[in-house]
Write a protein that binds this ligand. Sequence first.
Ligand code: SF4
Length: 256
Amino acid sequence: MAKWKPKPSGNKRRAPAARQSQAPLLEALGAPPTPDEVPLMLAARESALDALGFELRPAELVAASQRASAKADAVRLNVLQSAKATPACSKGCSWCCSHKVGVTLPELLAIVEYLEASPARREAVGVKAAALSQNPAIFSDSEKPRARLACALLEADGSCGVYEVRPLPCRSWLSTDVESCKQHLDEKAEPKLILAAARSGRFIQLGLVKVMDDIQRFPYLVELTAALDIALNVPGAIEHWLAGAPVFERATAARR
Ligand code: SF4
């Protein structure tokens, strides 16, 4: 039984609007959920709320993120099987890792917890995130990729340093054509996305966004780099955020 109840619609604070694009696939990605997709979003919200205890604590928020990630992985597999689509994505291919990534706080906490297991890596990511956060382009959907500002979590070999706990957009952003991903960095082409997979991750993440509203913790979404800088470099950031302080306001992000 959920300890935190979904709030009825009509909240004063609304989820940020989807980014609009002239590119058909990206525009389709940003379209509102279809009647078939709404249950996915609501189930993700319910499942995440069920993971929370009576008091907000990092472990339960991480558990909420894990549930959402497991759901995203299962749905993605189904999509790939039913669409008979083969992603071109592989370890070391990281063209998409220069795009802006919006995450919810549960997703961020899962990454931070993962990094805590390796103090050296935590330190290195904290340094990278602090340096990158000096550049306002990290908040731009177009300037960040054009400047090739790669994610602070990207390893030197092009692999994701937190693959097991990577955010929902990273899990679901699958492409069938590497060249299109490369050209998309300069907006010369749109990526050949596997649309149903990308949309499933989007709506599962929207379920977590709704949980942020249910538990009244803001912002709904944060830009990954700036949020990592805060979480790793500001003492007590997560504890203060859990207590309701606006610690992550400067990392506020619109949805990817
Ligand atoms: S979290 Fe991992 S997959 Fe996502 S952008 Fe960063 S390095 Fe790439």
